[in-house]
Design a protein around this ligand. Structure first.
Ligand SMILES: [Zn+2]
Length: 297
């Protein structure tokens, strides 16, 4: 009988082969286990990543919410800040207005009539010289309130640019200068005539330092005919832009008609009177006083 296995295959070979198969099987089995383990780990990692991603989104969402909250807070703060700044501005404005009003000279907008006189001791806060190029008085510097000076200068320059020859022959006058002047007029013209064009109540506006007597070279000596000049017509149409009003127009009941005598009351009030066709001396004093704080603005 032939052997089942060739001679070369002994029992030891078969046993070895079986052992080898078992070993290979083990190795294969271990690899499979390992693969499953790794997949499981990957899966876990993927799950962790997934979890991590969700958390990240959650965090992003929370960050987004926080940013929104932050923006809201910032907006609120900005709004509060703006509001506070606005309030500070309003308070500052009020303080500034009150400060200006406290420093403003109430006499500058008071009405002086036949019954209301400027105190003889009144002196303007500060006066300055008028550019001699715009005066028709030789060897004498005419003076004006410092607040009025730039407006008067601009008026002269614009009148000149319009081809006119406008100047002043009288501006600030002290009470004593006024008295001397009136005495001189009385001496020259007699008391009756002098009172007609040089009464204290009328000319007391000169003591304020804000009134001027305009003239042209031809009318500088007597004022006669000034209301017929193109310079006068220009003043009637433009003086309000520089804060000046005609104190005693032809129809007024407070004083004689003086087309040359103009008083500075501030641009806002002068413009208001001009636009509304109203007259300073007929205006309520309380209404006039609302323009006092900004008279030189
Ligand atoms: Zn005058």
């Amino acid at each position: 009988m032939p052997p089942l296995f060739p001679k070369i295959f002994t029992k030891r070979h078969v046993l070895g082969a079986i052992l080898a198969l078992i070993l290979i099987g083990d190795i294969v089995g271990f690899s499979e286990y390992r693969r499953h383990y790794l997949l499981s780990q990957i899966s876990t990692l993927q799950q962790n990543i997934q979890v991590g991603k969700i958390d990240k989104e959650g965090l992003e969402s929370r960050i987004g919410n926080l940013e929104t909250e932050l923006q809201v807070i910032q907006d609120e703060n900005l709004s509060k800040s703006t509001n506070i700044q606005k309030q500070i501005g309003e308070i500052s404005g009020t303080v500034s207005a009150l400060d200006k009003l406290s420093k403003a000279d109430p006499e500058l907008l008071l009405k002086y009539s036949k019954t209301y006189f400027l105190n003889e001791h009144y002196i303007p806060t500060e006066i300055t010289g008028i550019n001699p190029a715009f005066t028709f008085v030789k060897d004498k510097i005419l003076r004006i309130h410092v607040g009025v000076s730039p407006y008067l200068e601009k008026l002269f320059l614009d009148a000149k640019a319009a081809g006119l020859n406008l100047g002043v022959v009288s501006a600030y006058r002290t009470f004593s200068e006024q008295s001397v002047l009136k005495s001189a007029y009385k001496f020259t013209y007699g008391a009756g005539t002098a009172n007609q064009f040089s009464a204290e109540q009328g000319y007391s506006e000169h003591q304020l330092g804000t009134a001027v007597d305009f003239a042209t070279p031809a009318t500088a000596d007597t004022f006669v005919g000034f209301n017929k000049t193109p310079e006068y017509v220009w003043l009637v149409n433009n003086a309000q832009k520089y804060g000046f009003i005609l104190s005693y127009p032809q129809t007024n009941i407070y004083y004689q008609y003086e087309p040359w005598h103009w008083r500075f009351v501030g641009v806002a009030l002068a413009q208001r009177l001009y636009n509304d066709g109203r007259y300073f001396y007929d205006m309520d004093q309380r209404e006039i006083n609302t323009y006092l704080a900004n008279i030189f603005d």
